[in-house]
Design a protein around this ligand. Structure first.
Ligand SMILES: Nc1ncnc2c1ncn2[C@@H]1O[C@H](COP(=O)(O)OP(=O)(O)OP(=O)(O)O)[C@@H](O)[C@H]1O
Length: 283
């Protein structure tokens, strides 16, 4: 794939805080239109990486390019195409929801007031309510509206639905990221989340962080279809290079086996889930 099709290019990123080496030589690329899950256990560096990707935190070394432009020299025309939903929304508590939308909208040339109001109503936000009186879940929804109302092409979301109940979460994920009404199909989204079951069908790619390192990255659509987690004892002798191995399991690409071996394993073992892969990677 030519470089221009990668919306995000991250090369050898390192970030320290005192003696703590928080991001360790992280490199990856993200193709346009992908839905990327940035996953990993607590403290593995996901939020820190998102902040470096958006330019909110300056890495000690390495480079990040968004739409081919370095985050160190990002101009307004690129900045306007990007949205970031922080883990803890940074909102103005003294404004009402509607006043908040108007205040932020003024900063974005691509902002459509009608779209912002429609999305707020779609998410069942009360326009006249003071932000300080919103529940945690509703504050998260407002942060999502603020991020999406200018129709961004690249969206970073740090645990965007963590405070929503399971029913609302499922509906919101579907309406925002599957139906295509509020987020353009060609938009690229990077999420962090611990709610792996919600993401299983949504993601096209995954990046797994562990202790500040990028432990494993993959095309998730391909992995679900063509790979299997099988006991290591059975994997021994099948192929020389499984995608990864835990203490007990190995992730094997069926396409690297003979048809007979591949068919047999595919019949005996289910397609991997994010939960199963996450558990194996952290084993
Ligand atoms: N500003 C900071 N100063 C010092 N240490 C920090 C800072 N920001 C993050 N860290 C440390 O960096 C590590 C990674 O934190 P980060 O918040 O990026 O992890 P995370 O994967 O997003 O975690 P979680 O899933 O709990 O949100 C942690 O050990 C954290 O304490």
């Amino acid at each position: 794939m030519p470089d221009s099709q990668f919306v995000v290019q991250c090369q050898a990123l390192n970030w320290h805080r005192g003696l703590n080496h928080i991001l360790k030589d992280v490199s990856f690329t993200i193709p346009q239109g992908s839905r990327v899950g940035l996953l990993g256990s607590n403290g593995s560096g996901k939020s820190s990486l998102l902040k470096c990707l958006t330019g909110l935190t300056l890495a000690d070394s390495g480079t990040v390019e968004l739409f081919g432009q370095s985050t160190m020299e990002m101009n307004d025309s690129v900045r306007e195409r990007i949205a970031y939903v922080a883990q803890t929304p940074d909102l103005f508590p003294w404004l009402t929801v509607e006043q908040h939308l108007k205040a932020i909208g003024q900063a974005y040339p691509r902002w459509t007031e009608r779209r912002a109001l429609e999305l707020a109503l779609h998410l069942e936000l009360s326009l006249g309510k003071l932000v300080s009186k919103l529940s945690g879940g509703d504050q998260q929804k407002l942060a999502i509206v603020l991020a999406l109302a200018h129709e961004p092409d690249l969206i970073f979301m740090d645990e965007p639905v963590a405070n929503l109940d399971p029913l609302r979460r499922a509906g919101l994920m579907q309406s925002l990221f599957v139906d295509g009404r509020w987020v353009k199909e060609e938009a690229t989204i990077v999420f962090t989340s611990h709610l792996l079951a919600d993401l299983n069908h949504l993601l096209t790619h995954i990046l797994f962080m562990r202790q500040g390192e990028l432990q494993w990255q993959t095309d998730w659509v391909y992995t679900k279809k063509h790979c299997r987690l099988i006991p290591k004892t059975e994997a021994a002798g099948l192929v020389s290079s499984p995608h990864f191995q835990s203490k007990k399991l190995a992730l094997i690409d069926l396409n690297e086996l003979t048809d007979a071996q591949g068919n047999e394993l595919s019949r005996r073992f289910p397609a991997p889930t994010l939960d199963a892969v996450f558990a194996a990677l952290n084993d």
